[in-house]
Design a protein. Sequence first.
Lengths: 280, 329
Amino acid sequence: MTHDTPGYRLFRYVTLTLLALFVATPLYVMVTSSLKSLPDVQGEFTWIPASPTLQSFVDIWHTVPLAQYFVNSLLVAVTATVLSVLVAVFASYAMSRWNFRGGSTFKGAVLATQMFPGILFLLPLYLLFVYADQNFGTDLVGTRTGLTLTYLTFSLPFAVWMLVGYFESVPRELDEAAKMDGAGPLRTLLQIIVPAATPGIVAVSIYAFMTAWGEVLFASVLTSEQTRTLAIGLQAYSTEVNVYWNQIMAASLVVSVPVVAGFLLLQRYLVAGFTAGAVK
Amino acid sequence: MAVITPSGTRESPEAPDKPPQPQRGRAKGSRRWIPYAFLLPALALELLIHFVPIVLGTAMSVLRVTQYQISHWWEAPFTGLGNFRIVLDLDGPTGRSLLQSFLVTLAFTAVVLSATWLMGMAAALALQRPFRGRGLLRTLFLVPYALPAYASVITWRFNFQRDNGMLNHLLGQAGLTDGNPFWLIGQNAFWAECVVAVWRMWPFAFLFLMAGMQAIPQDVYEASSIDGAGPWRQLRSITLPLLSPVNRVLVLVMFLHTFNDFSTPYVLFGAGAPPAGDLISVHIYESSFATWNFGLGSAMSVLLLLFLLLVSACYFALTRRTGHDKDQP
């Protein structure tokens, strides 16, 4: 290990101090404001709550139907995550183990959809859903089903890209051995490859969940009053004229804690996934 | 691998002008369908949610689709390039505001992309070598990336409040402003939006660059420091060149994310962003759903798609050449 020069130490100190302040200040504001009383957030900003209280964590559930938003977001995000990972595992298996006509075209096309702005699909997808509802009796507009179906494709490109890398690192000798034992392709996938690629699957699941949990654009159009997700419920409330900021900060904290905790606990897997992707 | 592919030089009884077919895949005969079966769900979903809508959207851009034809838009009157003429007509209000929004988005992208890259790079370099507290800082820096987009933007919306926000209080304490400026309306809205986007997105650059740096073998640095290279020299001669494949992907991905950002302006400003902060995604959204004029909205979307395709193609063409030069010095 080389020694740090004084110049590098100074650079490190200055950079990290500034960045830490920039990142931490809004987080600090979120946490402390959630502990303030209403008059405390309506007057001049203060760094320290005058009389800390947890009241806003209680009140927010009545100010907006937070529980309902929570259930909607949770149902949509969990279903979309499970299905998306399942679909991605199958597709990645096909692409890592067979070299078939159209495989690379598919991979390229899926990656290309990542670069298209959501707004491009939004109008036609909305009309497509309206059409399906009217002619095939489906229930896609304003329901959680339509939103789940949409979200499920949002994490697919990243999931497939990452899982193909992981699956390719699983030695093919294991496949061959399973085949000798008479296992079909599905059993080989589930019993050999999936267990060996668990870190990748975990990372992809967090990514899929975070994507669905934080999405705003499609939720704003595809949900109704009853199926509003947290994103739209809180966005709508926070842009009203008279906002109870202590309560909305409490809500932001409550909706963030599960994903941030999950992400930070499992960040090693995600970073490893990024490394695998970035190096290739 | 067990299967031996027949080489092209082997004599073939078939017509000589036919190129030899390479053996594709190890599944033979009747089992050739297996990979397609595994791919089918992904393929069906991609078709339904992405490819069919793109085709439909392109078709809608040549129709005069208004609120009266939402449920049977294909019967809308054909206007040819009529919609495009309207959205590109810089003398008309629609075209002028679209151009304004496009320019705002370009400026926003330039500011956010450079700031996020520099910050990500600085943080990755500062955390490259072990020291006490490194893990904690790395975790802190990743928090904005893990937060749901709307939660961070709502918090910033609170920070930017004129009378009870953190920012005006901080600037007032530091004596930098007289009176409390508005941050979410007028010209300041642009900078407010940039700050929020940078806060949300820089950890992605950091994560990506950090991963790239971890993949650089440590002994390259050790060898160079034996040769007397300092940190600055190592950055220019080792880190940056070896990161160039990572940067190539990162810059394009960040460009597209930033240019297409919807959550930041939509949550920060609510309905009706101020002109200084009117990003293209929100602009198309508002012009489509406020008036239900999907024909115009689709024409704008098609133009946006063409622009992004053009930029990406140029980017690939340019970086391929420079990447090659760096690989072979």
